[in-house]
Design a protein around this ligand. Structure first.
Ligand code: HEC
Length: 131
């Protein structure tokens, strides 16, 4: 009986510790993952706009500035996890691309297509190596 209680106690303690550990890991990842999720949101919104043929400048402006600002967050967000200089270079390349696009956003569907191709390439470029 006593051994059974000790065993049960061990199982409960283990479960509680595992829960705490998992929670801590999730919280530590909250910042970088949120940056990525919001980037994904903007990419999706742009894709929908493209599908509607609504490639014009004004309505989409917040997506371009939003992504340019988020690009600046990538390096600090991942600083604890990916301290390699090569990661910073990759994220700086993305910052430059998004800054350029935010400064002169696409004006029609042809330039939007080109911008989207560049963005996809940039996301993939980093994910291939670090995701
Ligand atoms: C400089 C590097 C870098 C760039 C650029 C980048 N990502 Fe990421 N992304 C990552 C890393 C690293 C992860 C893995 C994060 C993790 O597993 O916690 C990730 C994960 C993600 C995730 C999954 C997030 C989650 O909840 O686990 C999404 C969605 C995502 N990226 C979207 C994008 C999109 C869209 C772009 C381009 C507009 C982009 N990323 C550009 C590095 C980058």
């Amino acid at each position: 009986m006593r051994y059974l209680l000790v065993l049960l106690g061990g199982i409960v303690c283990g479960a509680v510790l595992a829960f705490i550990a998992a929670n801590t890991l999730l919280q530590r990842d909250a910042y970088p993952r949120s940056v990525m999720q919001i980037l994904q949101h903007h990419v999706g919104a742009l894709r929908q706009a493209r599908r509607r043929g609504d490639c014009g400048l004004e309505g989409l402006r917040r997506h371009w500035t939003g992504m340019a600002n988020l690009a600046l967050e990538i390096d600090p967000a991942f600083a604890a996890r990916a301290p390699e200089p090569a990661f910073s270079e990759t994220s700086q390349r993305f910052v430059r691309l998004m800054t350029t696009l935010a400064q002169s956003p696409p004006v029609d569907c042809a330039t939007l297509d080109h911008a989207q191709a560049q963005i996809n390439e940039a996301c993939e470029d980093c994910h291939r190596q670090y995701r």
